[in-house]
Design a protein around this ligand. Structure first.
Ligand code: AMP
Length: 293
């Protein structure tokens, strides 16, 4: 694996790979890698011949009161994990390399960005879409891999790719979980033992929503209430939302049907955690939109 810290160097490596007829896969990360990130790398390894992984903690997607400066970082360990996963190129630019002067450009998807996470973090997805488009322009991958764990991010990236007719495919990889069911996240290191126990409520809440759907309930509000109740019984969990929305538009619905994102977010011991299920709900019942490979 070769580490590139400059845009020019990475572009040259991708150009040579492409000239040799290799299909380019790309995984964007903020580092402090775990098995969830590695699942994305493995999917890329299976489907592509040249895998690029970026590690960049993107200041544009953090609000001033958020954890940009204390976001966990361990580049040496990350590079070891990527090499072991068979990644070809690690792109690890500095903030100065990515943003040598303040960016005047922003990519914004207003209808998708201000709901769910966006209601709590109003500038977050503008920062995400801007850096993802910039990374796509640098890497020019054939396939880009994103985790289901960030369900709203998936909807936003897919829509940006569709709207701008970017010449790449977006593949989504199912959420990788800890043994206790908690979705893997770099931010889980912030959780102490009691907070870690309370973090399990998120998946329990999703399971309660799913069980109600499987029992035939189709009123969104009823499913959302059942999910919220599971979060509210735990005083250490401050719920931000428990929502059932259209998986593509993220719009709320009265009745659950088709592709839906069942999503929860809460603060546990000061740390914001997210989780979701992507479901197909129809007359035949309820099934996962994604299944583990
Ligand atoms: P991050 O480093 O948190 O920006 O995440 C980089 C990529 O890894 C994103 O596409 C995430 O959705 C994905 N990811 C993070 N956690 C998980 C997980 N537990 N399972 C699957 N993918 C994940």
């Amino acid at each position: 694996m070769v580490q590139h810290t400059t845009i020019v160097g990475l572009r040259e490596a991708v150009r040579s790979a492409r000239a040799a007829g290799r299909k380019v896969g790309f995984v964007a990360t903020m580092g402090y890698l775990h098995a969830g990130h590695i699942a994305l790398c493995e999917a890329a390894r299976r489907e592509c011949d040249f895998v690029v992984v970026s590690i960049f903690v993107n200041p544009l997607q953090f609000a001033p009161n958020e954890d940009f400066s204390r976001y966990p970082r361990d580049l040496e360990r990350d590079l070891g994990m990527l090499a072991a996963a068979g990644v070809d190129a690690a792109f690890t630019p500095s903030v100065e390399e990515m943003y040598p002067e303040p960016m005047a450009t922003r990519v914004s998807l207003p209808t998708l960005s201000h709901t769910l996470e966006g209601a709590v973090r109003p500038t977050h997805f503008e920062g995400v879409a801007t850096v993802v488009l910039k990374l796509f322009s640098i890497v020019q991958p054939d396939i880009a891999y994103f985790g289901q764990k960030d369900g709203q991010q998936v909807a936003i990236v897919r829509r940006m790719v569709q709207d701008l007719r970017l010449p790449l495919e977006v593949h989504v990889v199912p959420t990788v979980r800890e043994m206790d069911g908690v979705a893997m996240s770099s931010r889980n290191v912030y959780l102490d033992a009691p907070a870690r126990l309370s973090a399990r409520r998120l998946l329990q809440s999703l399971h309660a929503g799913r069980a109600l759907l499987e029992a035939g309930e189709r009123r969104c509000a009823a499913v959302e209430d059942a999910m919220a109740q599971v979060l509210r019984v735990d005083p250490s969990v401050q719920m931000d939302y428990a929502a059932v929305v259209d998986a593509d538009t993220l719009e709320p619905r009265d009745a659950v049907a088709g592709h839906v994102l069942v999503a929860v977010a809460a603060r546990v011991g000061g740390t914001r955690l997210l989780d979701n299920l992507m479901l197909q709900v129809d007359a035949h019942g309820v099934r996962d939109l994604l299944s583990a490979p």
